[in-house]
Structure formats: structure tokens, C-alpha cells
Design a protein around this ligand. Structure first.
Ligand SMILES: [Zn+2]
Length: 274
């Protein structure tokens, strides 16, 4: 299937043609007047908080054993810049092993002053959770779907999404492994095990490349995996309406509190190392 690519849609066009119909869409031009579009570079983040330590995931925690390290933000950005300078081609799935990733970063909690650099207010929903992703080429987030509707804004670099509609669920083998805000597939699509997951052969994904300055809308329930082709800075703004919030966001927060307390899927998750 084709994913539409539209330029500066009106609110009405976006909500009528895509949001209400649960159809993904790639959009350009929306962030043209957001300060973040020019301002959010690796150089900017490198000098933002020199003492700050951040939680770095190693590899694809959704399908590898979760491994976590702490690094200085500045040191981490320098590492990304070094890796990018040494690379001449886009990353491929072969590169997606053991790459350090500042993932699921609660950017506006740590840097509330940056909130005015972005403008997600056209994105309706009473509950909005903007989360940043900063990493080198080769970061990979394995197959999953998000419980919130996801507006994914790319500020630097380039990412490749592979999208599967909700009807593909029988081919994607839902996992019991816990991850905050998402439902995982058991299939590690970097090296699918067709003995265990024969129906995965039937799953038909659609690739979408999201370049700097573009925004991809992924509706709730659409499976996706994400590979950074180049070093990237992105924000996913997850949103829930009132009904979705009560049905999905609040139970998700309660489940996460239980998980952190060791009461829910304690030793099978994407966040705690063994
Ligand atoms: Zn955990």
C-alpha cells in the first residue's frame, strides 16, 4: 500500500482524511516556522547541559536483552558526531546491532525551556506525551505498535519506518514482553525465525523515509519498526483523546507503576536489564 505524502495540510484535511480514517500520512512543511527546525542540531544539544548524565540503551531493547548505560550527554553527542563523520553511506539493518541510543527521552522534563521550539498544539488530544529520540545511524526499534496515536517529527537526519496495518496482527505474533506505551512483536525482523513465525512471510510492510523537516503520523494500532539511516534527532508526540486517555493512557500509567514496583511482568521487559 502507498502512504500519502502531503504538504502543509490544513487541520481539517489531516483530521478528516487521515486521523479519523486511521491512515498514516507523511507531512512536510508543518514545522517550517518552528524554531526547533533550525535550532535543534547535534552541536546545540552537545552544549546544552555539560554536566548532564543520560540513560543510554544499547541495541534494540525490544528484541535484544536490555542493556543500559549512563553517559554524559555531551560525551554521547560527540560519539554520534564522530560516528557520522566516519560514515559515507546510509545505515542498513546490518548496522543495527549494539548501537547506543538515547531513546524515549523525556526532553521537556529535563529542558522545559525547549517547549516553545515546537508547536504540537494543532495535534488535538487532551493528553500529549512528547518523547525525544537522539542517536547515530543504525539505531533500530523493532516491530511494535503504540497505544497512543503517534506524530513523529524529524529534526535532523533520516529514518526509515516500515509500517504494517493492524490487520497484519495475526502475522506478527504479539509478544508478552513488557514495554511502556507499546505492544511488541515476538519477531525480530533483523533476522526473522520463520520456523517459529511462519506467518511473518505473509506480512507486507510499507517503507516510508522520514527526512529532516517532515512529520509522520502513525495511527494507534499500526505496527512499525524504525531504522535510523543517518544520525537523527526526533520527537514522537503521542496523543490520547479523553476516551482513549481513560481507556489506554491511564491504565498504561498504572501498569507502568506496577511494573516499576516489580508486580507486573517483572523479568520480561524492555526496560530492566536481567
Ligand atoms: Zn522493566
Amino acid at each position: 500500500m502507498e502512504i500519502d505524502h502531503i504538504h502543509r495540510p490544513s487541520k481539517g484535511e489531516f483530521f478528516e482524511r487521515y486521523f479519523k480514517r486511521n491512515r498514516p500520512v507523511l507531512m512536510s512543511g508543518i514545522m517550517d516556522d518552528w524554531p526547533a527546525k533550525e535550532k535543534w542540531t547535534f552541536g546545540y544539544f552537545k552544549n546544552l547541559a555539560k554536566e548532564m548524565q543520560v540513560r543510554i540503551e544499547i541495541g534494540n531493547v525490544l528484541h535484544d536483552r536490555p542493556q543500559i548505560e549512563r553517559l554524559g550527554l555531551t560525551e554521547y553527542i560527540e560519539l554520534i558526531e564522530g560516528a557520522e563523520a566516519a560514515r559515507s553511506e546510509d545505515a542498513t539493518l546490518k548496522d543495527a546491532e549494539g548501537v547506543p541510543y538515547l531513546a524515549y527521552f523525556d526532553i521537556f522534563k529535563y529542558f522545559p525551556g525547549l517547549k516553545t521550539d515546537v508547536e504540537f498544539s494543532f495535534w488535538k488530544g487532551r493528553f500529549r506525551f512528547p518523547i525525544a529520540w537522539i542517536g547515530p545511524a543504525g539505531t533500530f526499534t523493532g516491530l511494535h505498535w503504540d497505544v497512543g496515536h503517534n506524530l513523529f517529527a524529524q529534526f535532523c537526519g533520516k529514518k526509515e519506518f516500515t509500517l504494517y496495518p493492524p490487520e497484519s496482527t495475526p502475522y506478527l505474533y504479539t509478544s508478552k514482553k513488557y514495554d511502556i506505551g507499546s505492544i511488541l512483536s515476538q519477531v525480530d525482523s533483523r533476522r526473522p525465525d520463520f520456523q517459529r513465525f511462519p506467518l511473518f512471510k505473509k506480512a507486507e510492510g510499507t517503507k516510508v523515509i522520514v527526512e529532516a523537516g517532515q512529520i509522520l503520523y502513525t495511527p494507534r494500532g499500526w505496527w512499525h519498526q524504525v531504522l535510523a539511516l543517518k544520525a537523527s534527532i526526533s520527537v514522537s508526540c503521542f496523543a490520547f483523546g479523553l476516551k482513549d486517555g481513560i481507556m489506554h493512557a491511564l491504565p498504561g500509567l498504572a501498569m507502568h507503576a506496577l511494573h516499576l514496583g516489580g508486580l507486573y511482568r517483572k523479568s520480561n521487559c524492555a526496560c530492566h536489564p536481567d
